[in-house]
Design a binder for this molecule. Sequence first.
Ligand SMILES: C[S@@+](CC[C@H](N)C(=O)[O-])C[C@H]1O[C@@H](n2cnc3c(N)ncnc32)[C@H](O)[C@@H]1O
Length: 215
Amino acid sequence: MTRDDFYASPFGVIYSSYMERPRVSRLIGRIVWGGDSKAYYDSMSAVEEVDAGGVIVDCPCGAGPAMRALRPGVGVRYVAADLSPSMLRRAHRRAKARGLAEVQFLDADATDLPLESGGADLFLSFWGLHCFDDPAAALGESARVLKPGGRLVGCCFVRGDDGLRQRLLIRPGAGDFGQVGTAPEVMSWLAAAGFRPPTTSRSGPMLFFDARLLA
Ligand SMILES: C[S@@+](CC[C@H](N)C(=O)[O-])C[C@H]1O[C@@H](n2cnc3c(N)ncnc32)[C@H](O)[C@@H]1O
């Protein structure tokens, strides 16, 4: 199995299923990771704040849990991008089941999105940065596709300031973990990409961020 197909595994099936169920997902988050992912589900409301005609990029979209905040026919362009064919298939099925004809799927790397520069109003980066080999480059790419003043909303696991459990579980290069940064490192990657200092919150190893690109 290639790294890109990691989510074709039974883990990927289970992960995709529980992420659609906030109560189960939050419980797993608390038991396994020692953090509450409530802020992740709450932050999806950013999707509802984009006006008709706006552009939303969801990368990595995974099986599409953030599409739960998208209502059919609202008139936004919603681009869902991911490297995993199995995740894209699941996301596609979910969009179809929900009547979300406006979702456009891209089999693409977060560091090289086939999207025009400066076109997006909102970029969703949920639980992706800790999976990427080059998260700083992925944030640079999100800055490239956002309009000046555009919004980045996301979350990721971070290393550091945690207990033994997190140090054992969150190991760069193991499982689907890529280059996992510390919270200060994520802040510096955001700044380097051209984002204003974000609003952040933490729960255990989970870092939630909401940032605007400099206008
Ligand atoms: C932990 S999942 C998060 C998915 C989704 N955003 C969510 O909230 O459940 C990480 C996702 O990142 C994708 N991924 C990993 N590396 C990637 C890359 N370089 N470019 C695009 N997607 C990538 C994986 O295929 C997987 O779907």
